[in-house]
Ligand binder design. Structure first.
Ligand code: SER
Length: 622
């Protein structure tokens, strides 16, 4: 069954059950709420899961483009990707476990034709520490479902230790069977919704001999074992809890969030054992075979990394909220994806000009009917791939030479890693990966310390005149500094999240703020930005300061200006609006005022071009 047909069948199946189809949200979220990328179908629906009414009703269905950077290390195992599409259906306080599990099963078996004897399921074991009970309801429902199809369905606990013992329904702890955007209960911040879930797995067959060859061979094989025999194809989350300061409370309504990975369903219905051989990836793999004259099956890892990374980069660059490669946030992820793909291109001896675009063209071809934005933004995609590609290709060869010189060492030092980064543009993750391939470590902490040292050096040289844009600290400059954060957040609200800080300079009299944007802003936009800043000032909002690890800060979407100059621990300043939503969140050394009302009245004096693609605003506080 073609992937297009699977998508359509899913939508039709749920539309017949009164679900309204909603569009895929952009990959880049609109507010920097928690993550840099939409990582699941439920992400854009959080307000509705918390109780807000959705304009389309209580039953929704869609497909959603997702990006998960956490899975970047898994690529090469034939079943993981960073970019994927999630088929989703939701009940917002409408149906619950009974209907959901029955329908998910019907879709797999009756619509896609999967053999029920090859399906296995997991349920939540319960956790005395959080007070969440074992999910007996789901067990009862699953037993009935399987019984109707004549499939024996025993429930078994501790399969991870004791093996499957002929079971069909398995209990697992939070790590496997609890879902929230933040993961397990301990990682959820107060206010975050989540709940136990029940996953469906497909058995690819024991005869593949996965388990015996896998790193898990010393433990019994079970459905969550990762040896490759079982593959998860869908997850029904029962979002009925909200995290509070002291544990969990029930949400006012019981919700369902189902997500199923389209690529995996395509692989199974097309009788393949690698998602990269399903129709959704095959033209891309074929193109790489053509460019490299190697075979996919001989060089699985490099092929999958290139195919996945160029696909993901195509979608991120071509998103409705399009991104450009840079040293910060989403832009930094695209840069990393492209650079890593280029390095694996070398492994495959790909030498042709414009090969990144050639691969991206296949991606656009496969997806343009479903995600028209990537065809619309195709020029932006190819241009940036080539620009970023040719820059890195220039330095890569020399960088690799330097890297090979370090061959004899047990560990690459922080200084050496910093040198590779600063001189040849090797992201730390790339150095780590290449070092690991030859059994070598990298002193990552040392790398960050080194970066910090450079920051200190440059700070000394510039006599403190550019860090945070503050030349001197007095009451006026501190107020203007907080005003700068409100200005950036408001510019991003009005002009879009492509706007980033490019520079800042503050004196006692005025702020000067440079930001990325490619045209003059209109009088109307200027007025709205000014009004927004003043509104936030009037609301007397608290300016919160937290210490965070750099990676964590970036992960929660704190804005950064010069990523490479930050130390491994940073301050994050955030301003939340009266509803508690993040209005501004930036990595910054401060200082700032305590509350926004201290600023007075904000007024933009001038808006002008600064350099190509960069605008400059001068503003004062009255
Ligand atoms: N949110 C769940 C997941 O991503 C189900 O959609 O797996």
């Amino acid at each position: 069954m073609k992937s297009k047909e699977i998508r359509e069948k899913f939508l039709e199946f749920y539309k017949k059950k009164d679900h309204a189809q909603i569009p895929s949200a952009p990959l880049v979220p609109d507010k920097d709420s928690t993550l840099l990328f939409v990582n699941s179908g439920m992400f854009p629906l959080v307000p509705y899961l918390l109780g807000e009414e959705h304009p389309e009703g209580k039953r929704l269905v869609n497909y959603q483009k997702c990006f998960r950077s956490d899975d970047i290390e898994e690529i090469g195992d034939m079943r993981h990707t960073t970019f994927f599409e999630m088929l989703g259906n939701w009940s917002l306080g409408d149906y619950f476990k009974e209907e959901q599990l029955k329908w998910a099963f019907e879709f797999f078996v009756d619509e896609l034709g999967l053999d029920p004897g090859r399906l296995y399921v997991s349920v939540h074991r319960g956790n005395p520490d959080t007070g969440i009970e074992r999910d007996k309801d789901s067990v009862r429902i699953w037993k009935n479902i399987f019984k109707k199809r004549g499939v024996e369905a025993k429930d078994v606990d501790f399969a991870e230790k004791e093996g499957m013992k002929g079971g069909r329904i398995f209990y697992y702890p939070d790590k496997e069977n609890w879902w929230s955007r933040a993961g397990v209960p301990e990682n959820m911040p107060p206010g975050e919704p989540g709940g136990p879930d029940s996953e469906v797995f497909y058995d690819l067959g024991e005869d593949l001999g996965h388990h015996k060859r896998s790193p898990f061979k010393d433990n019994p094989c079970h459905i969550n074992c990762d040896c490759g025999r079982f593959i998860e194809i869908g997850n029904s989350v029962f979002i009925e809890f909200i995290k509070k300061e002291n544990g969990f409370e029930k949400l006012p309504k019981q919700n369902v969030d189902f997500g199923g990975g389209l690529e995996r369903l395509a692989m199974i219905t097309q009788g393949k054992t690698s998602i990269f051989e399903a129709d959704i990836f095959l033209p891309i793999i074929k193109e790489i075979e053509k460019l490299s004259s190697c075979n996919y099956r001989d060089m699985v890892r490099s092929f999958e990394i290139i195919a996945d990374h160029i696909k993901a980069a195509t979608f991120i660059l071509g998103d409705e909220r399009g991104v450009t490669p840079s040293n910060k946030e989403q832009g930094y992820f695209v840069r990393r994806l492209i650079r890593r793909a280029i390095r694996h291109g070398r492994q495959l001896d790909i030498t042709s000009d414009r090969w990144l675009s050639a691969v991206a063209e296949r991606v656009v071809e496969v997806y343009k009917d479903i995600y028209p934005e990537i065809e619309k933004n195709a020029d932006h995609i190819y241009e940036n791939l080539e620009k970023e590609g040719s820059e890195f290709q220039r330095t890569l060869k020399k960088g690799l030479k330097e890297f090979h010189k370090l061959n004899e060492k047990k560990e690459i030092s922080g200084e050496e890693a910093a040198f590779l980064y600063q001189t040849y543009g090797f992201p730390i993750e790339l150095t780590e990966e290449m070092a690991l391939e030859r059994g070598q470590g990298v002193d990552k902490e040392g790398f960050y310390r080194e970066m910090e040292k450079h920051k200190e050096l440059s700070r000394e040289y510039s006599a403190g005149s550019f860090k945070s844009g503050l030349g001197e600290n007095n009451d006026e400059t501190i107020k203007l500094h907080t005003a700068t954060h409100l200005l950036l957040a408001s510019l991003r609200k009005i002009l879009g999240s492509d706007v980033y800080q490019e520079g800042s300079n503050i004196t006692s009299e005025r702020l000067r703020f440079d930001f990325s944007f490619d045209r003059k802003i209109t009088e109307e936009e200027k007025k709205r930005v000014e009004e927004l800043v003043n509104e936030m000032i009037k609301k007397d909002l608290l300016v919160k300061k937290e210490e965070m690890k750099l990676d964590d800060a970036l992960e929660v979407g704190a804005l950064a200006s010069f990523r490479e100059k930050y130390p491994s621990k940073v301050w994050v300043y955030s301003i939340h609006d009266e509803k508690g939503d993040v209005y501004s969140k930036e990595i910054c050394t401060g200082p700032h005022v305590k509350r926004t009302s201290e600023l007075g009245k904000f007024s933009i004096k001038k808006e002008e071009a600064c350099s190509s693609g960069v605008r400059r605003i001068k503003a004062v506080l009255l």
